[in-house]
Design a protein around this ligand. Structure first.
Ligand code: FE2
Ligand code: ZN
Length: 472
């Protein structure tokens, strides 16, 4: 997502002196041989097997990958295979200290615990191919299980286990994708399609799709969701100016997220709910529902009617701002990634919502890859900061000021005017939104969508079933 995230490559090399090498029968035949196709020469292998640093997927992805993500065919599609392992060299695979060592063609060796491999067997007995659920009883596998034999095939390895002669097959692609010692970044990871961060220069080329295309074709829907994936937002033009059409558009992605504000909203500035969204005052850049354990994923807005002035819409790319913050104020970035912020929603009489955990950082990262995955920021919904150590108070406010400086930098603020017939949808885990004050009567409608369900829809429309199955 962001080029600045670091990625740790773990290497726990076994000491050759201490390692007990188990004798194995390694043969060249394999159940995978029947599927073998022409191999490309190692020099043509373009994907980096071992990254030393996490860089943006936009930088690492090959054009063919990007094309495949888009659903387009590529020149090499179907007529070439990557070489993973030198099958002719029996020393490519070994069992040392209970771990299977597999040496890739680039010389790097992945180590897998025998128990881990047996536990991840994907044969029909151990894994349900339709439900994608584990069938093997993990707790019946001997903790000291070892391979009795390993066969190197053209596409993967076959392992016969010592306790019951069970046969497991693992494709090289899957083994590399899930290698944990060392971790090997896989540029084919579906989540890794290039995201493009932006400042307000994007105004000249706003991502937009036509309502008709979204409603009538899966290609149109995929393109719409891909816009949201890449830019964090997208417009939809030519939408009938009605609540029915807007709701149908939202449901094209998935079901609507119901909250204490209801399901489908149709609101005016009459303080219908105890929240500033239901007023006409200006709102600074924020993400919604920071007070939920699981903040809403997408927000959709459609202006149905406005007879006054103002009410411009503000959109800020939180991922772009995080990148700027990290470059300009690295200590503040660290602070906002570490210090949790409590929040609440308690404006309606029967509502007192607080998240669990109670406090969440403004910048949230994947704990393994350290990728930035979520911005949670609404200064208005912040609860009392009574959990900070005394020396954190100053640091937190300094970081908050730096963050605010970046968010309110004019360069980073995209101001647009809502128009009936033109729907805006954006990723609430990435983009912050706000608005200028307005006069007159204004009627808006829209929805929230769950993050997980939106991502699921994006994945299934933009990746092959094989690619997705391999992720698991
Ligand atoms: Fe909001
Ligand atoms: Zn099995």
């Amino acid at each position: 997502m962001n080029p600045t995230m670091s990625f740790t490559v773990l290497r726990r090399l076994a000491s050759p002196a201490k390692a007990a090498v188990q004798r194995l029968s390694v043969s060249q035949s394999s159940p995978f041989n029947t599927k073998a196709t022409a191999l490309v020469a190692p020099s043509k292998v373009t994907r980096p097997l071992i990254p030393t640093a996490r860089v943006s997927f936009a930088q690492t992805l090959s054009p063919s990958f990007w094309a495949r993500q888009q659903g387009y065919s590529t020149e090499s599609k179907g007529d070439s295979k990557e070489t993973f392992v030198n099958q002719d060299d029996k020393s490519s695979v070994n069992v040392i200290d209970g771990k299977l060592h597999l040496r890739w063609i680039d010389g790097v060796t992945s180590r897998f615990h025998s128990f881990w491999l047996r536990d991840h067997c994907h044969c029909p007995e151990c894994y349900h191919s339709v439900t994608k659920q584990r069938l093997v009883n993990t707790f019946n596998i001997p903790r000291d299980i070892k391979p009795k034999s390993i066969t190197l095939g053209s596409e993967g390895i076959k392992v016969i286990w010592d306790n019951d002669n069970h046969e497991s097959n693992y494709s090289y692609h899957w083994l590399q994708r899930h290698s944990y010692d060392p971790k090997i970044m896989d540029p084919y990871k579906p989540e890794g399609a290039a995201k493009i961060t932006w400042d307000n220069s994007i105004a000249s080329n706003l991502p937009e799709v036509a309502y008709k295309d979204v409603m009538e074709t899966d290609k149109g829907l995929a393109e719409w969701l891909n816009n949201i994936h890449i830019y964090g937002f997208s417009y939809v033009s030519g939408v009938p100016v009605s609540t029915e059409a807007t709701e149908a558009l939202s449901r094209r992605i998935t079901f609507i997220r119901e909250t204490h504000y209801g399901g489908f909203w149709d609101f005016t500035s009459d303080l219908g709910h105890g929240d500033t969204a239901y007023t006409d005052i200006p709102l600074g850049a924020h993400t919604d529902t920071t007070y939920f354990t699981d903040p809403v994923g997408l927000q959709m807005f459609h202006l149905l009617y406005h007879d006054g002035e103002g009410g411009h819409n503000l959109l800020v790319d939180g991922f772009h701002c995080a990148k700027v913050l990290k470059e300009k104020y690295p200590q503040s970035y660290k602070t906002l990634s570490e210090i949790g912020v409590p929040s609440h929603s308690a404006g309606d009489k029967a509502t007192h919502i607080i998240p669990s955990p109670r406090r969440n950082p403004i910048l949230n990262h994947d704990s393994v890859t350290n990728e930035l995955v979520q911005i949670r920021f609404n200064n208005d919904d912040r609860s009392t900061l009574d959990h900070l150590d005394p020396d954190q108070v100053g640091a937190f406010y300094s970081a908050l000021f730096d963050w605010n400086k970046v968010l309110t930098d004019e360069k980073n603020m995209l101001w647009t005017k809502f128009q009936p017939g033109r729907v805006l949808i954006f990723d609430n885990w990435r983009c912050l939104h706000g608005r200028s004050g307005f006069t007159g009567k204004r009627r808006m409608c829209g929805t929230y969508t769950n993050w997980d369900d939106y991502r699921s829809r994006w994945r299934t429309l933009n990746n092959s079933a094989d690619q997705l199955a391999e992720e698991l």
